[in-house]
Design a protein around this ligand. Structure first.
Ligand code: NIG
Ligand code: FE
Length: 408
């Protein structure tokens, strides 16, 4: 592919080696070759030979450019919805009570098992489109609503197909340990064995698994069960991550840190030992303000302690039918700032650089830097902080993926 130049933009590189909170380069230029950033800097510093080799020029006209946004925690592939459960919660039932009564995740499992691959694909594509319309160029998608071999693999195949057919990089997480399926009632340990010995190996053999996730919670799996699954994942050379400390302090983050997990996610109930373990393990803390909002949680994740310990913070939609029916990552930026008191620069790092690390894509994505994928979003804004400021307004001008303007 010939060299193309994007000139006259204000670049929020999010690259920590570039000074300032957003790693900003005013009057910046990006040269793209073979889908990668071949040069980046001030337009005035553009090397002459590079300008001569250029086949096409695009004028950014002073617009802000950020890395393509990354939604690093979603359950976007699932059957049905849980609007009725939302109404139940409004008349007083809690999320945990509904789950214990056989609703919650299990009701989405029933709907997902009943849906064929094309149906799951069409429904997930419809949810993905509003994210792509906000400049998202990479997304994580979990299994976890099948809880049997066939449906878990079907969900992951749908996730891979979304990555093939839409302009987005998809990374998958195997979340077989999301809830206990009815066939295994009272036999959670046997279910972990079944996942470790049968479902995970089958999914991994088909190239469907980029990471392994679990729900460590009173209504999920115990710490010991989570550890056994992590051991099985690690034995296969797979990285782990964990739904931890969402509704109670199960010490999931301590375990995650010990396994050098890519991330621990939710974390409203995280204590000092968990913060220290995440720091020691090099894990990212993924905060999910949509679930906090939708479940009307009141306990805040310990943002100050995470900052102080140097744990990177990512932000994601957690798009799922039960706790976060959210398809706007920009809204999550706003909520991360208003609810969790992140700065807009921290929030933006949470959907770019730190989100890339969660997906094990830090070497190739997440910042506008030499050699990385030419995935970027172009915005009609006056300052990057506006991305976290407005509610319900989308200032995206265009998305570029691997050097090419996209249309979804
Ligand atoms: O991330 N906490 C567990 N899993 C999801 C919710 C899943 C559901 O309720 O369907 C979450 O919040
Ligand atoms: Fe989740």
């Amino acid at each position: 592919m010939a060299m193309e130049l994007w000139l006259g933009g204000r670049l929020a590189t999010m690259d920590p080696t570039v000074a300032g909170p957003y790693g900003a380069i005013e009057d910046g230029a990006i040269a793209v070759e073979d889908g990668r950033i071949a040069w980046i800097g001030r337009t005035a510093d553009l090397p002459g030979d590079l300008a001569r080799r250029t086949a096409a020029r695009h004028d950014l006209a002073g617009r802000w450019v950020t890395p393509g946004l990354i939604d690093c925690h979603t359950h976007i592939v699932h059957g049905g919805d849980r609007a009725a459960e939302f109404e139940l919660r409004l008349s007083g039932a809690t999320y945990e009570e509904i789950a214990r009564a056989g609703g919650g995740i299990r009701s989405t499992v029933t709907a997902t098992r009943a849906a064929d691959e094309d149906t799951l694909f069409a429904q997930a594509r419809a949810r993905l489109r509003p994210l792509l319309a906000e400049g998202v160029t990479a997304v994580e998608i979990k299994s976890g609503y099948g809880l049997d071999r066939e449906t878990e693999l079907r969900m992951l195949r749908v996730a891979r197909r979304l990555g093939r057919e839409l302009p987005v990089t998809v990374r998958t997480s195997f979340l077989g340990a999301h809830a206990l399926p009815p066939e295994f009632d009272g036999r959670a340990d046997a279910y972990i064995d079944f996942l470790s010995a049968e479902v995970l190996p089958a999914a991994a053999a088909d190239g469907l698994v980029d990471a392994v996730d679990a729900f460590c919670e009173r209504i999920g799996f115990t710490l010991a069960q989570t550890r056994r699954l992590f051991e099985a994942a690690t034995a296969r050379g797979l990285r782990v991550r964990l739904h931890a400390e969402q509704l109670s302090d199960m010490k999931g983050a301590v375990l995650a840190g010990q396994f050098k997990a890519l991330s621990a996610d939710h974390l409203e109930w995280l204590e000092a030992d968990g913060v220290a373990a995440l720091a020691a393990g090099g894990s990212v803390a993924v905060l999910l303000p949509g679930a906090f909002y939708f479940l009307r949680e009141t306990r805040l994740p310990p943002v100050a302690a995470l900052r102080q310990a140097g744990v990177p913070i990512a932000i994601a939609t957690d798009c799922n039918p039960g706790s976060s029916p959210v398809t706007s990552l920009l809204l999550m930026l706003s909520m991360a700032c208003t609810y969790f008191r992140l700065t807009p620069a921290e929030a933006l790092a949470g959907v770019t650089r730190h989100a890339a690390a969660v997906l094990d894509l830090a070497a190739s994505h997440g910042t506008l830097s030499l050699g990385k994928a030419a995935d970027f979003a172009i915005w009609e804004i006056e300052r990057p902080g506006e991305l976290a400021y407005r509610v319900g307004f989308n200032p995206l001008y265009a998305t570029v993926r691997a050097g090419r303007p996209t249309s979804a």
